[in-house]
Design a protein around this ligand. Structure first.
Ligand code: F6R
Length: 609
């Protein structure tokens, strides 16, 4: 969602803040701002728009201070505007605050403060916090003022705070929203995630929920929000600053699509046991007994991760014989889901911070379930709150549209199925066949990526169409959903994903020459059925782009364009079939000149409900 960066040290803060904001811009990009203490003044600059607009705004300012905070926003309370941009300050312009999260009781506090003569400059919930800290900051003890203000607050926050008269202190605190402390040499940073920090240090503390960090030029400490010393662990980041560069690609999304041979490999490294026909997942070692004992799984996720979960259902039921339910986290958390001692809950999240998924996790844990996670971001809230789990090791995903995380999730779900299936009904030989199939996937993805130019040509033919249907069946029904989501979010073209056979129960009414269909039609048990669906489309003058199995010449009679993918086991086809759909969406969006890495209205990690 929004991005936070803070700096205290010996260097000028502003260039570091701006650079940090650029690295965080994928989290939100409707407005940006910074505050810095220098010459005994609090300098605050804010703009509506992107970080470049902020850079432009401050280019002729003299901003030499060595402590500051900055923010890139994705609007929740109050539309995108300069007054609503962070940082927010108090009445006396003595305190500046940047905030991620939502203050639920802000209206009541605002009324109270107004009655006491405080006037407000914005419509945000965050300003309430700045005003409260300002009100409590009476004796020069900023930590006390911050903790007192936070004790009045209901809701979630990740914050960074500085004060005009205290240029030697930067405070960070969190409840619900993530915050990371970077430990450099005689300098410290705060970031809503590690991308704001990695250019300066690889040593980080993932601040625990309900904790506060005080950072000075001489050191740091962590406290609980009721002011007691707290423990923390220093971690070393597994990736460097180069992971945040586009590496010669026009967009992060394209770079991430092209990284998939490696990221899929990384998800399997040391885990896939080809000779034994099984997998080893060390993050699940503590729950091995539960894995053997359970008789039902619930996968909980949102968006693309939910699509991966749906593939997981097909895999797990088909191969391991374990009944699975797939739930939207946002629904799960407000239902009364039935969870007994033999139910295992898996939450799946790239960011590990999605508010709905986190809340669902807590609800399941509250009901006594063992909750496991499949996450990409190391140290994320979900990774920390689950009883065990598996990391994707896909590296930072910067493009807002998820691509490499999806295929890594599918890979981990395949490994999980192998592990749990071999405890049950997958034979050694079948396990070996699946493991060998998985082992071949990275090179097969590489082969598909070679068709990038051809897929761009197809995209050019259809780039002006405003409605698309995506169809798939069995294992590739979730792939159809994912292909449609990719197109919608980055090109703003309406696309619907459907199980191929459901088309005749409604969507077929939409088919005409202007509504192309993208059909995953692979040589598997439903091939003939899907071909019949394609014929139903063609009979109504619909155009078809088919994703087909290498060597299938027949399909050319049934489609206008065919993109071939290599042969693999049906259970593994989603890992391959999704690649052309990612590329198709990317090229259509590029031709339509959309902001591919930062599509309108979206943010990378949705840390609000
Ligand atoms: C789609 C996309 C979103 C996310 C969803 C869940 O491309 O990125 O639909 O998949 O917001 O996010 P995570 O996986 O971080 O929980």
């Amino acid at each position: 969602m929004c991005g936070i960066v803070g700096y205290i040290g010996e260097r000028k803060a502003v260039p570091i803040l701006i650079e940090g904001l650029s690295a965080l811009e994928y989290r939100g990009y409707d407005s940006a701002g910074l505050a810095m203490v220098g010459d005994e003044q609090l300098h605050v600059h804010k703009v509506k728009g992107k970080v470049d607009a902020l850079r432009e705004r401050i280019k002729s300012e003299r901003l030499d201070g060595t402590v500051g905070i900055a923010h890139t926003r994705w609007a929740t309370h109050g539309g995108p505007s300069e007054p609503n941009a962070h940082p927010h300050t108090d009445h006396g312009n003595a305190i500046a605050v940047v905030h991620n999260g939502i203050i639920e009781n802000y209206a009541a506090i605002k009324e109270r403060l107004k009655r006491n003569g405080v006037s407000f400059k914005s419509e945000t919930d965050t300003e309430v916090l700045a005003q409260l800290i300002g009100k409590y900051y009476t004796d020069g003890d900023l930590v006390k003022a911050v903790t007192k203000a936070l004790s009045d607050i209901e809701g979630t926050f990740g914050i960074a705070v500085i004060a005009r008269d205290n240029p030697d202190l930067l405070i960070g605190a969190r409840r619900g929203s993530p915050l990371v402390v970077g430990i450099g040499e005689d300098e410290y940073l705060l970031g809503s995630d590690t991308s704001a920090i990695v250019a300066h240090t690889d040593k980080v503390i993932y601040l625990k929920d309900g904790h506060l960090a005080t950072l000075t030029r001489n050191g740091y400490s962590t406290l609980t929000l009721d002011n007691r010393p707290a423990s923390h662990k220093v971690h070393t980041l597994e990736y460097g600053a180069e992971a945040l560069a586009k590496g010669g690609f026009d967009h992060f999304m394209l770079k991430e699509i092209f990284e998939q041979p490696e990221t899929i490999q990384n998800a399997m490294r040391g885990r896939l046991l080809t000779e034994e026909g099984t997998a080893r997942l060390d993050g699940l070692n503590l729950v091995m007994t539960e894995l053997r004992r359970i008789n039902r799984i619930i996968f909980v996720a949102c968006g693309t991760s939910w699509h991966a979960a749906l593939c997981g259902e097909y895999l797990m039921e088909d191969l391991a014989g374990i009944p699975v339910e797939v739930e939207y986290a946002s629904e799960f958390r407000y239902r009364n889901p039935i969870i007994d001692s033999k139910t295992l809950v898996f939450v799946i999240s790239q960011s590990g911070e999605t508010a709905d998924t986190l809340a669902a996790l807590r609800e399941a844990a509250h009901k006594g379930a063992t909750v496991l996670g499949i996450c990409n971001v190391v140290g994320s809230s979900i990774a920390r709150e689950t009883h065990g789990g598996v990391y994707l090791h896909a590296g930072p995903e910067i493009g807002v549209a998820s691509t490499k995380a999806f295929t890594s999730q599918l890979t981990v779900l395949s490994l999980l199925t192998l592990l749990m299936g071999r405890m049950r009904r997958i034979s050694h030989d079948d396990g070996m066949a699946i493991a060998k199939g998985l082992d071949r996937i990275p090179s097969q993805v590489r082969k598909i990526l070679k068709q990038n130019d051809y897929i761009a040509e197809i995209a050019a033919i259809y780039s002006r169409h405003n409605n698309f249907l995506y169809l798939g069946r069995s294992y590739n029904y979730p792939v159809a959903l994912e292909g449609a989501l990719k197109l919608k979010e980055i090109s703003y073209v309406h696309a619907e994903g459907y199980p191929a056979a459901e088309m005749k129960h409604g969507p077929i009414a939409l088919i005409d020459t202007n509504m192309p269909s993208v059909v995953v039609a692979l040589k598997d048990s439903v091939y003939e059925k899907v071909i019949s669906n394609m014929e139903e489309i063609r009979a109504r003058s619909g155009k078809i782009i088919a994703i087909a199995t290498e060597g299938d010449k027949t399909i050319q009679k049934h489609a206008d364009h065919v993109v071939y993918i290599p042969k693999t086991l049906p259970v593994l086809t989603p890992l391959l079939a999704v690649i052309p759909l990612q590329l198709l969406a990317y090229h259509i969006a590029a031709i339509r000149k959309c902001e591919i890495d930062q599509p309108r209205n979206l943010a990378k990690s949705v840390t609000v409900e």
